[in-house]
Design a binder for this molecule. Structure first.
Ligand code: ADE
Length: 442
């Protein structure tokens, strides 16, 4: 079930498993990880404020939170905030290449149970997801829906006891809406990704900056004067394209949605079908959330030296096996760069094995961005924890079961206000006359 793992592997029984101790690569890395976490924490004032309120209200005390998230420093800050608010936290990484072993060690030393290491195999990835589920979470935070899909597919009796969940990503929400439409989703999932304070900033400015950070760290190449092809003009694609323009690139966009394509045109991009555009590009960045975006027929047309990067959640956008089949040789030329040499001598440079380039070749979104996203997550988890599971005798709660539900407006607004305060910005209020005018029609 886990898209990062092996489909079809045997399931795990629903019986009461012992909760395993943390599984990290090297506990001795904790001091280095702690420095990273302290650096992030110093730049996350919104999460700190929100976490203070949660601790004071006490609703997370004794609640078990199961988390599947990119296990880097900002994520550790969120896990620690929940732990300090009295929750029992069990956490794994949401991508085999995004876990930072020093951060995982530091987090495990601080109290939460951590099951993750960098470069885990698909089988290990699955076993880590199951270890989190073995902790019997009351609420779940997912990033990409691997944890929730595994729970529903293979541990349905346990799913019925979960109060609610939150989902961080566009991709995860696609999967969860498909589960809800099939009637298999057992509890409400709050669509954190769809909060205005999330997608307008995290998906656009977060991915925009961090995807380029990953590409530039990996390659050390110049973007000014280059041609960049962005596949997909959703919020992530818009961010990646805008930052490419800022770095001085000519930007091409490939889209399937005519409205988004028009937006790209007015944003100053040339819109062409991918098959035509690939031959012009020095950098190609996929951000569609879909599979098979760069297939064999695209890869065959690429220029010598092209850089191929994926900024979508799963490693399904670039057909790596197709690339391998086209190539006569392959070698690692820099830490996150694999060079595929085609039979005619052209070299195609794939970053981070086609996995999320911003997390596999860099540290993920900027701290200030995750400060906002994780403040929303923390407040939504508190809400989910307040809902009593049907099997616990409460019979429903503030949210209907088995649906993807929006982030409450007051959460969006609270985080917006706190972020403005942190940024030293201030806004106006409507006068009473303006308020009346906006509510009237005469
Ligand atoms: N850091 C932690 N979670 C992340 C996410 N979903 N995207 C980018 N950076 C992150």
């Amino acid at each position: 079930m886990a898209r990062n793992g092996f489909p079809g592997e045997g399931g795990v029984a629903d019986g009461p498993e012992a909760v395993a101790a943390s599984t990290v690569r090297d506990a001795g890395l904790a001091p280095a990880g702690r420095l990273k976490v302290e650096w992030a924490e110093a730049h996350m004032p919104v999460l700190a404020r929100v976490a203070g309120g949660i601790a004071q209200r006490g609703r997370m005390r004794g609640v078990t939170v199961g988390i599947c998230l990119h296990l880097e420093a900002k994520t550790a800050c969120l896990a620690l905030a929940l732990h300090r608010a009295g929750a029992r936290v069990a956490i794994t990484g949401s991508n085999p290449l995004s876990t930072q072993d020093d951060v995982a060690a530091a987090l495990a030393a601080a109290g939460p149970r951590v099951y993750a290491w960098h470069g885990c195999s698909p089988q290990e990835y699955r076993s880590f997801l199951n270890a989190v589920l073995d902790s019997r979470p009351d609420v779940i935070l997912d990033d990409g829906a691997d944890l929730l899909a595994l729970l529903h597919a293979e541990r349905p009796a346990q799913a019925a006891r979960v109060r609610g969940a939150t989902e961080e990503t566009t991709t995860g929400l696609h999967r969860l809406r498909a589960m809800a439409a099939e009637g298999v989703l057992r509890f409400p999932v709050i669509a954190v990704n769809d909060a205005r304070m999330k997608y307008l900033f995290d998906n656009r400015y977060g991915t925009g900056q961090s995807a380029w950070e990953g590409i530039l760290r990996a390659t050390n190449r110049l973007v000014a004067g280059a041609t960049v092809l962005v596949c997909g003009y959703g919020w992530c694609g818009k961010g990646v394209a805008r930052r490419a323009q800022g770095l001085g690139a000519r930007v091409l966009v490939a889209e399937v949605d005519p409205v988004a394509a028009n937006e790209a045109v007015l944003d100053g991009c040339r819109v062409r079908p991918a098959l035509e555009a690939v031959g012009e590009a020095d950098f190609i960045v996929t951000c569609t959330g879909n599979r098979g975006v760069l297939r064999r027929e695209h890869l065959e047309r690429c220029r010598d030296g092209v850089v191929l990067a994926n900024a979508g959640h799963f490693n399904v956008e670039i057909d790596v096996e197709g690339l391998r089949a086209l190539a006569e040789s392959e070698r690692t030329v820099r830490p996150a760069v694999t060079e595929f040499r085609l039979r005619d001598g052209r070299r195609l440079h794939l970053l981070a094995e086609g996995r999320l380039v911003n997390l596999a070749a860099a540290d993920g979104h900027p701290i200030e961005i995750m400060d906002i996203s994780f403040a929303i997550q923390a407040l939504c988890l508190e809400r989910a924890a307040g809902r009593v599971a049907e099997t616990a005798g409460g019979g429903g709660g503030p949210e209907p079961a088995g649906r993807v539900v929006p982030v409450p407006e007051e959460v969006d607004l609270e985080v917006a206000r706190l972020r403005l305060e942190a940024a030293g910005a201030a806004i106006d209020a409507l006068t009473p006359e303006q308020g009346t005018y906006m509510r009237s029609w005469r």
